[in-house]
Write a protein that binds this ligand. Structure first.
Ligand code: MN
Ligand code: MN
Length: 456
């Protein structure tokens, strides 16, 4: 069902679309960091009988297993009845989102306030992050190896933090600057408090904030060096629009594709799996997929080798390479939705529209498809067949007009294994803003499309 409005297909069973969205809203409201998104994913996997690989001695057709990497990256499989080396069906999404991170030495005092110094993560429009309620999530690891979980700002009675901005009355200089310069990265600092430490005569506001942290988490200032505290928009995802057709929330990019990919795997029956089905959720996409938990990590290759070993295949590392080369992948990542208020950035024939279902991007990249995985037409034709046979609503897009900008995904990284990969995801408005928007019917069609792909 190419380029048709998907709501009509669901007219008789809108409840299904709406109910699916409720599960997703819960997922992104609870999973605002990569660690939390992984925790929620593991709860879902275990509820469906997937076993932690560290508790597994061998695998066979029908086995369900997951691999956890440093609590920020997870990879789950249903073993198919064809030999592993005939290739996987991979759904790969990322679970990191643009945000602000606390620096290693973050707490300072100025003008009667204690602040938390931050360094933004990923592509943010800085002016969007001021004067909104923000929450703190993460962990602080002490020298003895124990860690404490930080979660402030989500409950109704929790305090929130935030970043100040100038009043319009005194913003003459600021308003004359280009948007990219109006708010500087170095001044994106969160306000942490304003009461001095009262029990000491010369007690400072900073000392009081550190005392609060000590009382609550039993940590010293130095422990913040080995911490990972992410500052994200506070509050839960909500219905958007009077017709409740959309979802407003933080982190749709790319947790909407992560959730639908994961659910597609969870809801696939083992008996229907021919090629081993896989869902991999990676970290660090927003900063180039680098590092141990990003798509460039050897974790995935090692995991497939371990899978081969547990299946009793000789020479598992070589088997992993052959398996990956024969695999088919959907790089499940969001696409920029057509915004009628900013129509000038899009080519109307090659842009994603809300309500028209799963979006395929043959290529991404920028300035002449640079750094893009450009999918083979032979593979794309197979995808079209699978989608049409499963009655999935789908559309094609590229990221904006030629020379307007661009972006990348993890597609090219897995493409390096010589496997067939294409980007397939959900259209997002306000991408990378603290409040992103998606359509509920696109979320549902993506889920249906991913399911069809796994057994197609
Ligand atoms: Mn993305
Ligand atoms: Mn992104």
């Amino acid at each position: 069902m190419y380029r048709q409005n998907a709501w009509k297909k669901h007219a008789k069973k809108l409840d299904k679309v709406m109910e699916f969205a409720e599960g997703y809203k819960h997922y992104i409201s609870e999973g605002k960091t990569e660690r939390l998104a992984v925790n929620e994913a593991i709860k879902l996997l275990e509820a469906k009988g997937f076993k932690d690989v560290t508790k597994v001695k061998s695998l066979k057709a029908g086995s369900k297993v997951y691999f956890l990497n440093k609590n920020k990256n997870v990879c789950a499989f249903i073993i198919g009845n064809r030999p592993l080396t005939e290739g996987l069906r991979i759904l790969g999404a990322h679970i990191d989102s643009p945000r602000l991170d606390l620096k290693e030495h973050p707490v300072y005092e100025r003008g009667g306030f204690a602040f938390g110094d931050t360094h933004y993560y990923g592509g943010v429009k800085k002016y969007q992050w001021v004067t909104i309620p923000l929450a703190l999530h993460g962990i602080i690891v002490k020298k003895d190896g124990t860690s404490v979980v930080v979660n402030v700002g989500e409950e109704e009675n929790d305090p929130v933090v935030g970043i100040t901005d100038l009043l319009p009355h005194l913003a003459a200089d600021q308003m004359a600057k280009p948007l990219a310069k109006a708010i500087e990265g170095e001044s994106l600092d969160i306000t942490l408090g304003s009461i001095p430490l009262l029990e000491e005569e010369k007690g400072t506001v900073k000392a009081n904030v550190l005392k609060i942290l000590k009382d609550k988490y039993d940590i010293e200032e130095e422990d913040l060096i080995s911490a990972e505290i992410e500052i994200v928009p506070a509050g839960k995802a909500r219905d958007y629009g009077l017709d409740r057709s959309m979802i407003a929330g933080y982190g749709h990019d790319d947790r909407c594709c992560a959730y639908t990919s994961l659910l597609a795997l969870l809801d696939t029956k083992a008996k229907d799996v021919t090629n081993t089905a896989c869902c991999i959720l990676v970290d660090k996409e927003e900063i180039g997929s680098v590092g141990a938990t990003g798509a460039h990590s050897l974790f995935f290759e090692n995991t497939v080798a371990r899978l081969a070993d547990l299946l009793g295949i000789a020479n598992p590392l070589y088997a992993a390479r052959i398996t990956l080369e024969n695999s088919k992948m959907l790089s499940s990542d969001v696409s920029a939705a057509y915004d009628p208020l900013y129509a000038y950035v899009s080519d109307p024939n090659n842009v994603a529209y809300f309500g028209e279902g799963l979006v395929f991007n043959k290529y991404t990249g920028s300035r002449g498809k640079s750094s893009s995985n450009d999918s083979n037409p032979e593979y794309y034709a197979w995808i079209r067949k699978v989608m049409d046979e499963a009655n999935v609503h789908w559309q094609n897009a590229e990221l904006g007009k030629v020379d307007q900008g661009g972006g990348g995904t993890i597609a090219y990284i897995l493409g390096n294994y010589n496997m067939n990969v294409i980007d397939a995801g959900i259209a997002v408005l306000n991408m990378h803003a603290p409040m992103e928007i998606i359509s509920k019917v696109d979320l549902y069609e993506a889920y249906l499309g991913y399911k069809a792909f796994l057994i197609g």
